[in-house]
Design a protein around this ligand. Structure first.
Ligand SMILES: Cc1cc2nc3c(=O)[nH]c(=O)nc-3n(C[C@H](O)[C@H](O)[C@H](O)COP(=O)(O)O)c2cc1C
Length: 298
């Protein structure tokens, strides 16, 4: 799937991504109110990743329903609506309004954006994450996915909180809080002091967190973070992911999703694997190299 915020509302990608090239669309976060976002510059390139500070600019719920959703529905694939809010009630309002509309298959709750305060307030505290999911859960029969922040010490704790509260799946990671400065002017290179880092730089962190979250929960884990190739997809699957989202790489290579699918098939066939399930979770620690205290008792 495309990762939220890197695919807009689909229209820019229509010429590159014909229907059928991905399993679901995840549009940019939607809030009840219209948001103008953060001051520019909103994105800069660092040596190995993208630093952004968009600030969840979005047209708001009413405009989304009126003009953006119908365009997304033209793709004919399930839509996983990414939701953000200032309060639990905000999240509930978006979900209630969109529940049951054609092709709206579920909701990805953004409890993790580093560029605004409110998303993180939920995402940093397992209790707040849990209360939010418990409030939204009864409002939808669709898929409920909780998008976690990497800006925590223990990702497994957040994952378990989401699972116990009734999430059907979790996705991780959102961007990592980061900054870039111009030392001559003493100013930030983006419009806010700090922003969120994405792309290849964060992939090793995302991989480690995917492994930790996958070990901690039974529900499917959707891996996100620096994925640029089919090799990367399989690395995430091998540490336990069930599905993946591709974000920043879409900017570099807008047609990458169909190519990725094709490469995945080739790689699996070349390795004598018949399905992703053959690879899923096949990573295991090398027992001989572990210190005694970390060895797993069979
Ligand atoms: C420009 C930009 C805007 C983003 N906007 C959102 C957003 O609105 N909601 C959200 O949940 N994640 C947002 N993200 C985070 C991505 O969905 C993804 O979690 C993150 O970029 C890591 O994946 P990647 O390295 O493949 O980009 C945004 C990322 C970028 C680069």
């Amino acid at each position: 799937m495309p990762a939220s915020g890197t695919f807009g509302y689909g229209e820019e990608f229509e010429p590159f991504l014909p229907p059928g090239t991905f399993s679901a669309i995840v549009p940019k976060s939607i809030s009840v109110e219209t948001r103008i976002g953060n001051p520019p510059p909103r994105a800069i390139e660092t040596p190995s990743g993208l630093l952004n500070s968009i600030g969840l600019q979005n047209p708001g719920l009413d405009q989304f329903v009126e003009s953006y959703l119908p365009r997304l529905q033209r793709y004919g694939v399930p839509i996983l609506v990414n939701v953000v809010g200032r309060t639990v009630e905000d999240y509930c309002k978006v979900v209630e309004t969109l529940e049951g509309l054609p092709l709206v298959a579920g909701f990805e709750l953004n409890v993790s954006c580093p560029n605004v305060k409110e998303g993180l307030l939920f995402g940093l505290d397992p209790l707040a994450t849990s209360q939010l999911i418990r409030a939204v859960r009864p409002l939808t029969r669709g898929v409920l996915m909780a998008k976690l922040t990497p800006n925590v010490t223990d990702i497994a704790e957040q994952a378990v909180a989401a699972e116990e509260a009734g999430a059907d799946s979790i996705s991780l990671i959102n961007t990592i809080r980061a900054m870039a400065v111009d030392w001559r002017s003493g100013k930030s290179r983006i419009g806010t002091e700090t922003g969120g880092l994405s792309g290849p730089a964060i992939r090793p962190i995302a991989l480690r967190m995917t492994m930790e979250a996958s070990r901690a929960v039974q529900i499917p884990v959707c891996a996100i973070g620096g994925i640029c190739s089919a090799e990367h997809v399989l690395e995430f699957i091998s540490v336990g992911a069930s599905l993946v989202q591709v974000g920043t790489h879409l900017y570099r290579e807008p047609t990458c999703l169909p190519q990725l699918l094709q490469d995945l098939r080739h790689l699996l066939a070349a390795g004598d694997f018949t399905a992703l399930d053959d690879v899923r979770g096949n990573f295991h620690p090398d027992q001989d190299r572990l210190p005694d205290r970390e060895r797993q008792v069979p």
